[in-house]
Design a protein around this ligand. Structure first.
Ligand code: TMP
Length: 201
């Protein structure tokens, strides 16, 4: 089973994934946890380039292709083999982030993005996407308060992040998406996530 987490900045995906992982390990499940961009040696090099705050002159198309290249490596090297072995795969972001950020955020053509992401993923689709939704200003403030490392996209204008969130709301209408209010205590959100996953496993 392939589960992805999506959401705007500061939605708490990594905290929730950590808690979920220990719960799945308690049940002796084989789990592969990964993240995008990165997750592989080559992907992490691409991540450094993508998130370098000095790369202010990166063209949107370059950005799209680098995220896609990192994803192609992750799918081939880790995700497909793990799924073939019957593991549960959990990814902190996947192709939907490209639709939200490069599509709705940057304004790149959505049809073209679908073609490129389908090529990069070899048409692999998540079985379940958990969308952790949070108000843009609240999410960005959480990242600053949590002293988290700021990347090139965090530094975009609030209006960019608002477009991304709106895009997520459109994407979340698809059947594999489950919307989760991420502006609640961590344990309550985790409880909801476990219930949803329990019903699917
Ligand atoms: P994160 O690891 O803190 O979630 O940071 C990843 C950043 O990269 C976040 O700002 C979203 C952005 N991103 C894209 O713009 N497009 C993509 O396809 C992916 C996977 C991430």
């Amino acid at each position: 089973m392939f589960i992805t987490f999506e959401g705007p900045e500061g939605s708490g995906k990594s905290t929730q994934i950590k808690l979920l992982t220990s719960w799945l390990h308690e049940q002796n499940r084989h789990v592969l946890i990964t993240r995008e961009p990165g997750g592989t040696r080559i992907g992490d090099q691409i991540r450094d380039c993508l998130h370098d705050v000095n790369n202010t002159d990166m063209a949107s198309m370059t950005e799209l292709l680098l995220y896609s290249a990192s994803r192609a490596q992750l799918v081939q090297e880790l995700i497909k083999p793990a799924l073939a072995e019957g593991s549960v795969v959990i990814s902190d972001r996947f192709a939907d982030s490209t639709l939200a950020y490069q599509g709705y955020g940057r304004g790149l053509d959505l049809q073209m993005l679908h073609r490129i992401t389908n090529y990069a993923t070899d048409n692999l689709q998540p079985d379940l996407t958990l969308f952790l939704d949070i108000d843009v200003q609240r999410g960005l403030a959480r990242r600053i308060d949590g002293n988290e490392e700021m990347n090139r996209l965090d530094l975009e204008a609030v209006s960019f992040h608002e477009r991304v969130r709106k895009g997520y709301h459109e994407l979340a209408a698809m059947p594999r998406w489950v919307w989760i209010d991420a502006d609640r205590p961590i344990d309550i959100i985790q409880n909801d996530i476990r219930k949803i996953i329990n019903s699917k496993l």
